[in-house]
Design a protein around this ligand. Structure first.
Ligand code: GSH
Length: 210
């Protein structure tokens, strides 16, 4: 498998982390998204027409390349099929999707974008205002939803880690880089520690492959 990725990306990290949990070998191909590397005609036509990482080439045969899957949470569902990280029970599977859709609509647009702004962009007065009036308040709303769940449960779905945890862990554990104070949400901090203690854990900036 070939994973097209950008090391600082939480969306890419979701896939990297699951590949490590599964001990699935893969080749990491990095693209500098800050220089438009995912917007070239070649990338758009052969990897992801939406011009973003992560994209996973399911087969690395150069002669007859296999399908390329994009959208981080779709890739997680594909890879986790038949493993303990995606339940078989109908309601539990829907709960995984529930948290993954929550992550994409109510969490990532605020928590990931706040980090991107502070990490990679000049903090102009306009961006500072956007951070303070929208990204931080709405990000805290998402964190409070997670905190409420985690104050009564160790994991997002069922009694063990699933890809729902990976989807939410990716940007939550680096939320302080976007200006979020996680000491306000102690159940989230405990869950982050549980995630980091799992076998085969890797850091977001690790280039290691299984
Ligand atoms: N919903 C997508 C979001 C992917 C995404 O936003 N990727 C960013 C990096 S985190 C990217 O490739 N940006 C480059 C660009 O938009 O040109 C997913 O979950 O995979």
């Amino acid at each position: 498998m070939i994973l097209h990725d950008f090391l600082e990306s939480g969306n890419g990290y979701k896939v990297r982390l699951l590949l490590h949990w599964l001990q699935q070998p893969f080749t990491l191909v990095e693209h500098d998204i800050l220089k438009g590397a995912t917007r070239t005609p070649e990338f758009l036509s052969s990897k992801n027409p939406n011009g973003r990482i992560p994209a996973l080439e399911l087969d690395d045969d150069p002669v007859s390349p296999g399908p390329v899957l994009w959208e981080s949470n779709a890739i997680l569902n594909y890879l986790a099929e038949g493993t303990p990280y995606l339940p078989t029970d109908r309601l539990a599977r829907a709960r995984v999707l529930q948290w993954q859709f929550f992550e994409q609509y109510s969490h990532e647009p605020y928590i990931a974008v706040a980090r991107f702004m502070r990490h990679f962009q000049d903090m102009t007065p306009e961006r500072t205002a956007l951070l303070e009036t929208e990204k931080l308040p709405k990000g805290y709303v998402a964190l409070n939803v997670m905190e409420k769940h985690l104050s009564q449960n160790d994991w997002f779905v069922g009694t063990g880690p699933t890809i729902a945890d990976i989807s939410l862990f990716a940007y939550t554990h680096v939320a302080p880089e976007g200006g979020f104070d996680l000491t306000r949400t102690p159940a989230i901090l405990s869950w982050i520690a549980r995630m980091e203690a799992l076998p085969h854990h890797v850091a977001i900036t690790s280039r290691a492959t299984p």
